[in-house]
Ligand binder design. Sequence first.
Ligand code: XIL
Length: 349
Amino acid sequence: MRTRPLLLLVLCGGLWLNGYAVAAQGRGLRDLADKRGFYVGAAVAMRPFRTEAPYQETLKREFNIIVGENAFKWTGIHPNKGGYYFADADALVAFAAANRMKIRGHTLVWHKQLPRWVTGGSFTREEAVNLLRDHINTVVGRYKGKVIAWDVVNEAIDDETGGLRTSSFWYEKIGPDYIRMAFEFAHQADPAAKLYYNDYEAEDMGRKSDGVYRLLKELKAAGVPVDGVGWQMHVPNGFHITEAHRRNAARLAALGLEMTITELDVRTRVPASAADLQAQATAYREILGFCLSQPNCKALLAWGFTDKYSWIPGWYAGLGDALLFDKDYQPKPAYRALVEALRSASRRK
Ligand code: XIL
Protein backbone atom coordinates (compact mmCIF):
# COMPACT_ATOMS: atom_id res chain seq x y z
CA MET A 1 0.00 0.00 0.00
CA ARG A 2 2.74 2.42 1.02
CA THR A 3 4.53 2.11 -2.29
CA ARG A 4 1.50 3.11 -4.34
CA PRO A 5 1.89 6.90 -4.14
CA LEU A 6 5.54 6.55 -4.99
CA LEU A 7 4.73 4.30 -7.92
CA LEU A 8 2.18 6.83 -9.13
CA LEU A 9 4.71 9.62 -8.82
CA VAL A 10 7.29 7.71 -10.81
CA LEU A 11 4.71 6.84 -13.46
CA CYS A 12 3.50 10.43 -13.72
CA GLY A 13 7.08 11.64 -13.91
CA GLY A 14 7.78 9.22 -16.72
CA LEU A 15 4.69 10.31 -18.60
CA TRP A 16 5.62 13.92 -18.08
CA LEU A 17 9.06 13.35 -19.56
CA ASN A 18 7.53 11.51 -22.45
CA GLY A 19 5.47 14.55 -23.25
CA TYR A 20 1.99 13.25 -22.47
CA ALA A 21 1.60 15.96 -19.89
CA VAL A 22 2.26 18.71 -22.39
CA ALA A 23 -1.02 18.02 -24.14
CA ALA A 24 -2.82 17.06 -20.94
CA GLN A 25 -1.90 20.35 -19.26
CA GLY A 26 -3.06 22.41 -22.21
CA ARG A 27 0.39 23.79 -22.97
CA GLY A 28 0.93 22.06 -26.22
CA LEU A 29 3.59 22.01 -28.89
CA ARG A 30 3.00 25.66 -29.63
CA ASP A 31 4.47 26.87 -26.34
CA LEU A 32 7.59 24.84 -26.93
CA ALA A 33 7.79 26.12 -30.50
CA ASP A 34 7.24 29.74 -29.39
CA LYS A 35 10.10 29.42 -26.93
CA ARG A 36 12.38 28.20 -29.71
CA GLY A 37 11.33 30.88 -32.17
CA PHE A 38 9.93 28.18 -34.42
CA TYR A 39 6.59 27.48 -36.12
CA VAL A 40 4.84 24.15 -35.86
CA GLY A 41 1.48 23.71 -37.49
CA ALA A 42 -1.08 21.73 -39.41
CA ALA A 43 -3.35 21.86 -42.43
CA VAL A 44 -6.98 22.56 -41.58
CA ALA A 45 -9.98 20.81 -43.15
CA MET A 46 -13.13 22.95 -43.17
CA ARG A 47 -15.79 20.42 -42.26
CA PRO A 48 -14.45 19.38 -38.83
CA PHE A 49 -13.20 22.93 -38.30
CA ARG A 50 -16.80 24.10 -38.46
CA THR A 51 -18.54 21.18 -36.79
CA GLU A 52 -16.32 19.48 -34.22
CA ALA A 53 -15.25 21.30 -31.05
CA PRO A 54 -12.11 19.26 -30.25
CA TYR A 55 -10.81 20.04 -33.71
CA GLN A 56 -10.46 23.77 -33.04
CA GLU A 57 -9.47 23.20 -29.42
CA THR A 58 -6.57 21.00 -30.44
CA LEU A 59 -5.47 23.43 -33.13
CA LYS A 60 -5.43 26.34 -30.68
CA ARG A 61 -3.56 24.43 -28.02
CA GLU A 62 -0.94 22.78 -30.18
CA PHE A 63 0.00 24.96 -33.11
CA ASN A 64 1.26 28.45 -33.85
CA ILE A 65 0.74 28.23 -37.61
CA ILE A 66 -1.97 26.78 -39.88
CA VAL A 67 -2.58 26.31 -43.60
CA GLY A 68 -5.83 25.59 -45.43
CA GLU A 69 -5.93 22.03 -46.71
CA ASN A 70 -8.18 23.05 -49.61
CA ALA A 71 -9.68 26.46 -48.84
CA PHE A 72 -7.16 28.58 -50.76
CA LYS A 73 -6.98 26.36 -53.84
CA TRP A 74 -8.69 27.45 -57.05
CA THR A 75 -11.54 24.98 -56.54
CA GLY A 76 -11.99 26.31 -53.03
CA ILE A 77 -11.68 30.04 -53.48
CA HIS A 78 -12.46 30.65 -57.17
CA PRO A 79 -15.03 28.00 -58.04
CA ASN A 80 -16.92 30.01 -60.64
CA LYS A 81 -15.96 32.28 -63.48
CA GLY A 82 -15.91 35.75 -62.00
CA GLY A 83 -17.12 34.33 -58.71
CA TYR A 84 -14.91 33.96 -55.69
CA TYR A 85 -15.84 32.12 -52.50
CA PHE A 86 -13.91 33.60 -49.60
CA ALA A 87 -15.89 32.31 -46.61
CA ASP A 88 -13.61 29.38 -45.81
CA ALA A 89 -10.29 31.17 -46.29
CA ASP A 90 -11.65 34.20 -44.39
CA ALA A 91 -12.65 31.94 -41.49
CA LEU A 92 -9.16 30.44 -41.31
CA VAL A 93 -7.46 33.83 -41.46
CA ALA A 94 -9.77 35.15 -38.70
CA PHE A 95 -9.17 32.05 -36.57
CA ALA A 96 -5.41 32.44 -36.91
CA ALA A 97 -5.56 36.11 -35.94
CA ALA A 98 -7.88 35.46 -32.98
CA ASN A 99 -5.54 32.79 -31.65
CA ARG A 100 -2.21 34.50 -32.36
CA MET A 101 -1.26 32.00 -35.04
CA LYS A 102 0.42 32.56 -38.37
CA ILE A 103 -1.20 31.32 -41.56
CA ARG A 104 0.25 30.10 -44.86
CA GLY A 105 -1.61 30.18 -48.16
CA HIS A 106 -1.72 27.07 -50.35
CA THR A 107 -1.67 27.34 -53.37
CA LEU A 108 -1.89 29.87 -56.22
CA VAL A 109 -0.69 27.87 -59.21
CA TRP A 110 -1.08 24.12 -59.50
CA HIS A 111 -2.08 21.73 -62.26
CA LYS A 112 -4.62 20.09 -59.91
CA GLN A 113 -7.80 21.26 -58.20
CA LEU A 114 -8.55 23.72 -60.95
CA PRO A 115 -12.27 24.26 -61.58
CA ARG A 116 -13.76 22.99 -64.80
CA TRP A 117 -14.50 26.52 -65.95
CA VAL A 118 -10.73 26.97 -66.08
CA THR A 119 -9.54 23.63 -67.49
CA GLY A 120 -12.49 23.30 -69.86
CA GLY A 121 -12.48 26.91 -71.00
CA SER A 122 -10.81 28.18 -74.16
CA PHE A 123 -8.20 30.79 -73.37
CA THR A 124 -5.62 32.51 -75.51
CA ARG A 125 -2.20 32.96 -73.92
CA GLU A 126 -3.02 36.55 -73.08
CA GLU A 127 -6.33 35.58 -71.50
CA ALA A 128 -4.63 32.91 -69.41
CA VAL A 129 -2.03 35.42 -68.21
CA ASN A 130 -4.83 37.82 -67.28
CA LEU A 131 -6.66 35.06 -65.44
CA LEU A 132 -3.52 34.24 -63.47
CA ARG A 133 -2.85 37.90 -62.70
CA ASP A 134 -6.42 38.64 -61.60
CA HIS A 135 -6.61 35.56 -59.41
CA ILE A 136 -3.30 36.23 -57.67
CA ASN A 137 -4.02 39.97 -57.26
CA THR A 138 -7.42 39.24 -55.78
CA VAL A 139 -6.46 36.41 -53.44
CA VAL A 140 -3.04 37.61 -52.26
CA GLY A 141 -4.32 41.20 -52.11
CA ARG A 142 -7.28 40.25 -49.92
CA TYR A 143 -4.99 38.64 -47.33
CA LYS A 144 -2.13 41.12 -47.61
CA GLY A 145 -0.29 41.37 -44.30
CA LYS A 146 -2.27 38.40 -42.95
CA VAL A 147 -1.01 35.37 -44.84
CA ILE A 148 2.72 35.29 -44.06
CA ALA A 149 3.78 32.87 -46.80
CA TRP A 150 2.30 31.59 -50.05
CA ASP A 151 2.96 28.36 -51.91
CA VAL A 152 2.90 30.37 -55.11
CA VAL A 153 3.71 27.46 -57.41
CA ASN A 154 3.02 23.85 -56.45
CA GLU A 155 4.46 20.71 -58.07
CA ALA A 156 5.72 22.21 -61.34
CA ILE A 157 8.57 19.72 -61.82
CA ASP A 158 7.98 16.47 -63.70
CA ASP A 159 8.75 13.31 -61.69
CA GLU A 160 10.43 11.52 -64.58
CA THR A 161 12.39 14.19 -66.42
CA GLY A 162 13.16 16.72 -63.73
CA GLY A 163 12.14 19.36 -66.27
CA LEU A 164 8.96 21.40 -66.10
CA ARG A 165 5.72 19.44 -65.99
CA THR A 166 4.17 20.01 -69.39
CA SER A 167 0.72 18.50 -68.86
CA SER A 168 -0.53 21.42 -66.86
CA PHE A 169 -3.11 24.03 -67.79
CA TRP A 170 -0.64 26.81 -67.00
CA TYR A 171 2.22 25.33 -68.99
CA GLU A 172 -0.03 24.53 -71.91
CA LYS A 173 -1.60 27.97 -72.09
CA ILE A 174 1.29 30.21 -71.07
CA GLY A 175 4.49 28.19 -71.43
CA PRO A 176 7.37 28.07 -68.93
CA ASP A 177 7.07 31.77 -68.11
CA TYR A 178 3.97 31.15 -65.99
CA ILE A 179 6.22 30.43 -63.04
CA ARG A 180 8.09 33.71 -63.14
CA MET A 181 4.82 35.57 -63.72
CA ALA A 182 3.11 33.98 -60.74
CA PHE A 183 5.89 35.03 -58.36
CA GLU A 184 5.91 38.55 -59.78
CA PHE A 185 2.14 38.95 -59.48
CA ALA A 186 2.23 37.65 -55.90
CA HIS A 187 5.07 39.98 -54.98
CA GLN A 188 3.17 42.94 -56.41
CA ALA A 189 0.08 42.02 -54.41
CA ASP A 190 1.93 41.60 -51.09
CA PRO A 191 5.60 42.60 -51.13
CA ALA A 192 6.11 41.42 -47.54
CA ALA A 193 4.75 37.88 -47.92
CA LYS A 194 7.28 35.06 -48.26
CA LEU A 195 6.85 33.41 -51.64
CA TYR A 196 7.49 29.68 -51.90
CA TYR A 197 7.99 27.02 -54.51
CA ASN A 198 6.52 23.79 -53.08
CA ASP A 199 6.97 20.21 -54.28
CA TYR A 200 7.03 16.52 -53.26
CA GLU A 201 9.72 13.84 -53.47
CA ALA A 202 12.39 16.44 -54.11
CA GLU A 203 13.93 16.27 -50.66
CA ASP A 204 16.96 14.03 -51.05
CA MET A 205 19.33 14.01 -54.01
CA GLY A 206 18.02 12.78 -57.36
CA ARG A 207 16.60 13.79 -60.70
CA LYS A 208 13.57 15.53 -59.27
CA SER A 209 15.39 17.48 -56.58
CA ASP A 210 18.01 18.42 -59.20
CA GLY A 211 15.13 19.77 -61.28
CA VAL A 212 13.71 21.78 -58.39
CA TYR A 213 17.17 23.11 -57.59
CA ARG A 214 17.78 24.07 -61.22
CA LEU A 215 14.44 25.87 -61.44
CA LEU A 216 15.06 27.82 -58.24
CA LYS A 217 18.59 28.69 -59.29
CA GLU A 218 17.32 30.05 -62.60
CA LEU A 219 14.55 32.01 -60.93
CA LYS A 220 16.98 33.52 -58.45
CA ALA A 221 19.48 34.37 -61.22
CA ALA A 222 16.69 36.11 -63.15
CA GLY A 223 15.77 38.20 -60.11
CA VAL A 224 12.37 36.55 -59.65
CA PRO A 225 10.99 37.23 -56.14
CA VAL A 226 11.11 33.71 -54.71
CA ASP A 227 11.97 33.42 -51.01
CA GLY A 228 11.59 29.81 -50.05
CA VAL A 229 11.27 26.18 -50.92
CA GLY A 230 8.62 23.93 -49.44
CA TRP A 231 9.27 20.25 -48.90
CA GLN A 232 5.91 18.52 -48.71
CA MET A 233 7.24 15.31 -47.11
CA HIS A 234 4.35 12.89 -47.48
CA VAL A 235 6.61 10.02 -46.52
CA PRO A 236 6.14 6.28 -45.90
CA ASN A 237 6.73 4.78 -42.49
CA GLY A 238 10.33 3.71 -41.97
CA PHE A 239 11.53 7.02 -43.39
CA HIS A 240 14.88 8.41 -42.23
CA ILE A 241 16.69 11.66 -42.81
CA THR A 242 19.94 10.97 -44.66
CA GLU A 243 23.05 12.80 -45.73
CA ALA A 244 21.34 13.41 -49.09
CA HIS A 245 18.66 15.53 -47.39
CA ARG A 246 21.37 17.62 -45.77
CA ARG A 247 23.21 18.07 -49.06
CA ASN A 248 20.08 19.10 -50.89
CA ALA A 249 19.09 21.50 -48.11
CA ALA A 250 22.58 22.98 -48.15
CA ARG A 251 22.54 23.72 -51.87
CA LEU A 252 19.07 25.29 -51.61
CA ALA A 253 20.17 27.40 -48.64
CA ALA A 254 23.19 28.50 -50.68
CA LEU A 255 20.74 30.07 -53.15
CA GLY A 256 19.59 32.30 -50.30
CA LEU A 257 16.29 30.48 -49.84
CA GLU A 258 14.48 29.72 -46.61
CA MET A 259 12.62 26.44 -46.30
CA THR A 260 9.54 24.97 -44.66
CA ILE A 261 8.37 21.39 -44.24
CA THR A 262 4.93 22.11 -45.62
CA GLU A 263 2.79 18.94 -45.66
CA LEU A 264 4.33 16.32 -43.42
CA ASP A 265 2.62 13.01 -42.81
CA VAL A 266 4.04 9.53 -42.24
CA ARG A 267 1.65 6.94 -43.63
CA THR A 268 1.62 3.51 -42.09
CA ARG A 269 -0.30 0.31 -42.62
CA VAL A 270 -3.56 0.15 -40.72
CA PRO A 271 -4.18 -0.98 -38.14
CA ALA A 272 -0.75 0.21 -37.01
CA SER A 273 1.16 -1.95 -34.52
CA ALA A 274 2.98 -0.46 -31.54
CA ALA A 275 6.21 -0.93 -33.49
CA ASP A 276 4.72 0.92 -36.49
CA LEU A 277 3.82 3.85 -34.26
CA GLN A 278 7.32 3.92 -32.80
CA ALA A 279 8.88 3.91 -36.27
CA GLN A 280 6.52 6.72 -37.21
CA ALA A 281 7.59 8.66 -34.14
CA THR A 282 11.21 8.23 -35.20
CA ALA A 283 10.45 9.67 -38.63
CA TYR A 284 8.66 12.68 -37.13
CA ARG A 285 11.49 13.23 -34.66
CA GLU A 286 14.19 13.06 -37.32
CA ILE A 287 12.34 15.39 -39.65
CA LEU A 288 11.70 18.03 -37.00
CA GLY A 289 15.24 17.63 -35.64
CA PHE A 290 16.57 18.12 -39.16
CA CYS A 291 14.50 21.27 -39.71
CA LEU A 292 15.53 22.69 -36.34
CA SER A 293 19.18 22.04 -37.22
CA GLN A 294 18.91 24.12 -40.42
CA PRO A 295 18.95 27.83 -39.57
CA ASN A 296 16.89 28.65 -42.69
CA CYS A 297 14.16 26.07 -41.93
CA LYS A 298 11.39 28.24 -40.53
CA ALA A 299 8.44 25.97 -39.91
CA LEU A 300 7.07 22.45 -39.97
CA LEU A 301 3.43 21.84 -40.83
CA ALA A 302 1.76 18.45 -40.90
CA TRP A 303 -0.97 17.74 -43.45
CA GLY A 304 -3.68 17.51 -40.81
CA PHE A 305 -3.28 16.51 -37.19
CA THR A 306 -5.88 13.88 -36.28
CA ASP A 307 -6.06 10.49 -37.99
CA LYS A 308 -9.81 11.06 -38.09
CA TYR A 309 -9.29 13.52 -40.95
CA SER A 310 -6.44 12.81 -43.32
CA TRP A 311 -6.15 12.57 -47.08
CA ILE A 312 -4.00 9.42 -46.83
CA PRO A 313 -6.64 6.64 -46.60
CA GLY A 314 -8.43 8.08 -49.64
CA TRP A 315 -5.27 8.20 -51.74
CA TYR A 316 -3.14 5.25 -50.51
CA ALA A 317 -5.09 1.99 -50.26
CA GLY A 318 -4.48 0.17 -46.98
CA LEU A 319 -2.50 3.02 -45.45
CA GLY A 320 -3.38 5.72 -42.94
CA ASP A 321 -2.83 6.79 -39.32
CA ALA A 322 -0.22 9.22 -40.62
CA LEU A 323 -0.65 12.09 -38.15
CA LEU A 324 0.14 13.22 -34.58
CA PHE A 325 -3.18 12.50 -32.86
CA ASP A 326 -5.38 9.44 -33.10
CA LYS A 327 -9.03 9.48 -34.14
CA ASP A 328 -10.03 10.47 -30.59
CA TYR A 329 -7.65 13.43 -30.56
CA GLN A 330 -5.27 11.62 -28.22
CA PRO A 331 -1.54 12.23 -28.74
CA LYS A 332 0.40 9.40 -30.40
CA PRO A 333 4.08 8.50 -29.98
CA ALA A 334 4.79 10.82 -32.95
CA TYR A 335 3.41 13.73 -30.94
CA ARG A 336 5.68 12.96 -28.02
CA ALA A 337 8.61 12.68 -30.43
CA LEU A 338 7.98 16.25 -31.57
CA VAL A 339 7.79 17.43 -27.97
CA GLU A 340 11.15 15.82 -27.29
CA ALA A 341 12.72 17.26 -30.44
CA LEU A 342 11.55 20.75 -29.50
CA ARG A 343 12.67 20.34 -25.90
CA SER A 344 16.18 19.35 -26.88
CA ALA A 345 16.57 22.03 -29.55
CA SER A 346 18.24 25.31 -28.78
CA ARG A 347 16.61 28.69 -29.12
CA ARG A 348 16.66 30.08 -32.66
CA LYS A 349 16.04 33.79 -32.22
C1 XIL B 1 -4.85 17.14 -50.92
C2 XIL B 1 -5.93 17.33 -49.86
O1 XIL B 1 -5.42 16.88 -48.63
C3 XIL B 1 -7.18 16.58 -50.23
O2 XIL B 1 -8.23 16.90 -49.33
C4 XIL B 1 -7.61 16.93 -51.66
O3 XIL B 1 -8.71 16.14 -52.02
C5 XIL B 1 -6.47 16.68 -52.62
O4 XIL B 1 -5.35 17.44 -52.20
N1 XIL B 1 0.04 17.77 -52.25
C6 XIL B 1 -0.52 19.01 -52.06
C7 XIL B 1 -1.81 19.14 -51.36
O5 XIL B 1 0.12 20.03 -52.39
O6 XIL B 1 -2.56 20.23 -51.79
C8 XIL B 1 -2.63 17.88 -51.46
O7 XIL B 1 -3.78 18.01 -50.64
C9 XIL B 1 -1.80 16.68 -51.05
C10 XIL B 1 -0.59 16.53 -51.95
